[in-house]
Ligand binder design. Sequence first.
Ligand code: HEC
Ligand code: HEC
Length: 416
Amino acid sequence: MLASLLGGAGIIATVACNDQAAFEAPSQRDPSPASDHMRLAALRRAVEANGFVRAKELAIPVDSRARDVGKLIFASPLMSINGNISCQSCHLDEFGSTDGLPVAVGVGAEGIGATRLASGGQIVPRNVLPFWGRGSKGFDTFFWDGKVGVDRGQLVSQFGTDAPSNDPFVVAVHLPSVELREMVDDTPQVEATLVDESVNSANLLQSKLAQRFAQDPVIGPRLAKAFGTGTDALTFNQVATSLGAFIRDEFKIRPTKLEHFVFDSGPLTKSELAGGILFYGRGKCVACHGGPYFSDMQFHAVAFPQMAFGKNGFGIDYGRYNVTFDPEDRFKFRTPPLFNVSKTAPYSHSGSVATIHDAIVAHFDPLRLMDARKMTVRQRADIYARLGPASREPLPSPLTDEEIGDLVSFLTTLNF
Ligand code: HEC
Ligand code: HEC
């Protein structure tokens, strides 16, 4: 039923919602403790050499008053112009700060999980991104296509030279409330305001939202106190700054089994060790998933199935190209960070694969996840177009199912 809702008839990777919100660790091929000291030491060195640091080195302290009111704003439907959706509608604790769905369902949707998908809300044609580490030290590239980021020291966003803040994370937090279908209805009245999708229309809508928060009997006075101003002087930038403070603090990176292993001589199982050696070695994962967040914060093409929806319509998503208009960037997406990755199924920008196992397969054998004869001509044309860019990436050579299993075990050491 869900597969047909998504129009992904040819996509045989089990298109599914993550209905079991509670995360269960996958069973390991060999859960006995690893004792090969040479390999353990080699892995420790590789992890450190590739930019991994203790969690506490990444956090940026936030103002606690702004954070506390940010928490209320995060859960408040006042953020959507028609009052029926909040940040928390799509970024839920039980799905590791995502929604458990392949693609997000915005304005008009009800409930969570499969119920939300079937509720008739408007589709936002990308998989929800989780919040872990967002806005912490060095994490300043946002969204699947990096539409907010920093280029040679300059902040880049749709706001152009009128960015509401010089903190890229606060700029990113400004966007959902003016994103059509995500939090804004595309009914005629609202669309008339936002139709030109200009900075002016965004400012207009956001000053209305700021007024609402200022008038709210609980949020208004707290916001005013946090910023040392009167409620009548509150701005949307202050609303977004407190929302940012909450997300930054609540979802900061915390100590993991990997941190314990690297810096405190903690244990790993044999499968986790084997997976780690592959991650930094023959699997070539670290070519892109390196650095303190397991992402190079760059853009690469991996030929994940796209299914029916895409940012560019008709099952096509050009990814980074939508931001740079450079043909070389077609089909590239920001390398996803991997903390808590086992809690945020389904995977990829299109949400088209249900398991981490299949997400890894997509890197070297994407056609295994598709049934070409059941795809439409258009879907096949899209896949031909994406195989070219993917073939020019430093992607891994084929891995066996056992090796993939070990990689999945290794990735659970990044959970907290
Ligand atoms: C309708 C569902 C939905 C709602 C509501 C929603 N988001 Fe999101 N969020 C998404 C999706 C989908 C993405 C990925 C979009 C993309 O990259 O194109 C995302 C991405 C993000 C990102 C980027 C994370 C990263 O890794 O770069 C931030 C920050 C964010 N959302 C903040 C918020 C805030 C703050 C709110 C409330 C004001 C909010 N979101 C409301 C669906 C939603
Ligand atoms: C050439 C760069 C590159 C290499 C090498 C690479 N990846 Fe990826 N990986 C990506 C990109 C880019 C995506 C997202 C693509 C998309 O959504 O279209 C991704 C997606 C993923 C995802 C899904 C994450 C999510 O949140 O949706 C997992 C898991 C993953 N990679 C693990 C691995 C593992 C394990 C390896 C090594 C076997 C590896 N990757 C090698 C670039 C790379």
